[in-house]
Design a protein around this ligand. Structure first.
Ligand SMILES: [Zn+2]
Length: 227
């Protein structure tokens, strides 16, 4: 596996893959592994099988998602999760992508401390997980209820949800959890001016809209999640 971390502006660096382990086909930072295993074991006591759908994601991967959504190669979804028309206006297109996709360079998946999780035990054979609110209210509802109870009781080994209602402009994502003691350390090195320089040098869709609105975007889509 190759990982170009040169462009990650969270300042999280590793020279090779030795900082990660592969779990469920996802990259997990070794630093959070002991806590993740404890959480898995705790959930297993209640009959759940925590399974990863996403872990560490480098800049280039997020950039590829961003650019493919802009080009129409990947479908755009509205806030309700329904497919939507691709706006012709660059700024509107940027906001449409932001509904469900993080800014490249500022995705919490760059941190190595954040994961998208489901319950493998309640996932039907062959079902392709979408990571939608409907799944969290449906087949994964008992799993998330249990996980919420552990978090509320301070028994989730440092894991917490980040994208919750009333915080910032990113849609709530129940499936996204973060090991906060680890992410807090890694967020300290974030620099918006570095992100601006990266965008200036990168072939990124909606570039002028991003550069023109970067401070406001940070206030709505980045800083509220520095928790
Ligand atoms: Zn996520």
């Amino acid at each position: 596996m190759t990982m170009d971390l040169a462009k990650d502006c969270y300042g999280f660096r590793c020279s090779d893959s030795s900082d990660f382990v592969n779990m469920d086909g996802c990259f997990v930072s070794k630093e959070i592994l002991p806590f993740l295993n404890k959480l898995k074991d705790r959930l297993a006591l209640d009959g759940f099988a925590l399974r990863l759908e996403s872990g560490y994601r480098p800049f280039d991967r997020q950039l590829s998602i961003w650019n493919r959504k802009a080009s129409g190669e990947l479908k755009l979804l509205d806030a309700q999760g329904n497919p939507m028309e691709r706006p012709a206006d660059e700024e509107q297109l940027m906001y449409a992508i932001l509904t469900w996709s993080a800014l490249p360079g500022a995705s919490r998946h760059h941190l190595g401390s954040d994961l998208d999780v489901v319950d493998g035990n309640s996932c039907p054979e062959g079902y392709e997980v979408q990571l939608t609110p409907a799944e969290c209210d449906g087949m994964f509802a008992p799993f998330h209820k249990n996980l919420s109870a552990l978090m509320d009781a301070g028994e989730a080994f440092g894991f917490s949800r980040v994208f919750v209602p009333g915080r910032g402009k990113i849609q709530p994502e129940m499936w996204h959890i973060a090991h906060l003691p680890t992410s807090r350390k890694r967020l300290e090195t974030f620099s918006l001016s570095k992100l601006r320089t990266i965008y200036e040098k990168t072939d990124i869709a909606c570039k002028s809209a991003l550069l023109d609105n970067l401070e406001r975007l940070a206030d709505d889509y980045i800083y509220p999640y520095f928790i």
